[in-house]
Ligand binder design. Structure first.
Ligand code: CTP
Ligand code: MG
Length: 256
């Protein structure tokens, strides 16, 4: 297929950012909480946009904040479209109509997220323009993820893996406990990995995985596993830590 002229890279990155951040405590939705004076989502999108492979970023925003998120992120990219949902074949045309095309920065789309992370990812996936064959899913909550990790994951998908996840070794000893808190056993740590985002997929794999999902999953690779797709691992990054609790935000402030 001939690439559309508005495409800068071959990768679309979905950024679920519609969560409330309950574990972070009272306040704005987590993606809009500040880290060193800027929302987590701005940090995350800035780093994704810096990865040369990325031609399109689709953010799933809190449904009442689509316009605010679009205004927040527009300075980071040259071309922005807000719509819900977007007809893929019209997307690039709309972008060219409203903003000047640029090879230096990816197209940004902002859609309303759903009630769960899975629903938010599905909403973003539905908006990806047809020309992107590689789709990554990246939590806004992993705000300090380096662009190099985006490239590593994209490269592995490009190299032939249908599903790719960044992982780190587990450092704590992990025990299984029963309902009364009594230890049942110690898990062999050497076979365990902590999983991060961005997770990368051939587009048809991610589409099929979401279409087949019946239960809620905490990550997209879990859905790919369910349909029998082998999930390849690449080394993750400590900087791709997920900001979940106030302690994580404090750590991120120091890492910055
Ligand atoms: N997310 C989303 N839509 C939802 C729920 C979560 O897009 N309905 C996104 C979050 O914004 C976040 C990512 O999925 O970037 C990972 O979710 P998590 O860290 O659990 O964030 P929250 O759901 O916001 O946090 P909490 O579970 O503490 O409420
Ligand atoms: Mg959550």
């Amino acid at each position: 297929m001939t690439a559309h002229p508005c495409v800068r890279g071959d990768v679309a990155v979905l950024v679920p950012a519609a969560g409330m951040g309950v574990r972070l405590g009272p306040g704005a939705p987590k993606a809009l909480r500040l880290l060193r004076g800027e929302p987590l989502l701005v940090h995350a999108v800035r780093r994704v946009a810096a990865a040369p492979s990325v031609g399109c970023i689709v953010v799933a925003a809190p449904s009442d904040a689509v316009d605010d998120v679009t205004a927040l992120l527009s300075p980071l990219v040259a071309r922005t479209v807000t719509s819900a949902p977007i007809v893929a074949s019209e997307t690039c045309g709309a972008a060219e109509h409203t903003l000047e095309a640029s090879s230096e920065s990816p197209l940004l789309l902002v859609v309303p997220g759903g009630a769960t992370r899975q629903a938010s990812v599905a909403a973003a996936l539905a908006a990806v323009p047809a020309e992107f064959g590689i789709v990554l899913v990246h939590d806004a909550a992993r705000a300090l993820t380096p662009p190099e990790l985006v490239e590593t994951v994209a490269d592995a998908v490009r190299g032939g893996h249908g599903a790719v996840i960044p992982v780190l070794p587990v450092v704590d000893t992990i025990k299984e406990v029963d309902n009364s808190g009594i230890v049942v056993g110690t898990v062999d740590r050497s076979v365990l990995r902590a999983v991060q985002t961005p997770q990368g997929f051939r587009r048809d794999v991610l589409t099929s995985a979401h279409a087949a999902a019946v239960d809620e999953h905490t990550d997209d690779a879990g859905m790919a596993e369910k349909i029998g797709v082998p999930v390849h691992t690449v080394p993750g990054s400590e900087a791709a830590m997920k900001i979940t609790r106030p302690f994580d935000l404090a750590i991120a402030e120091l890492l910055f």
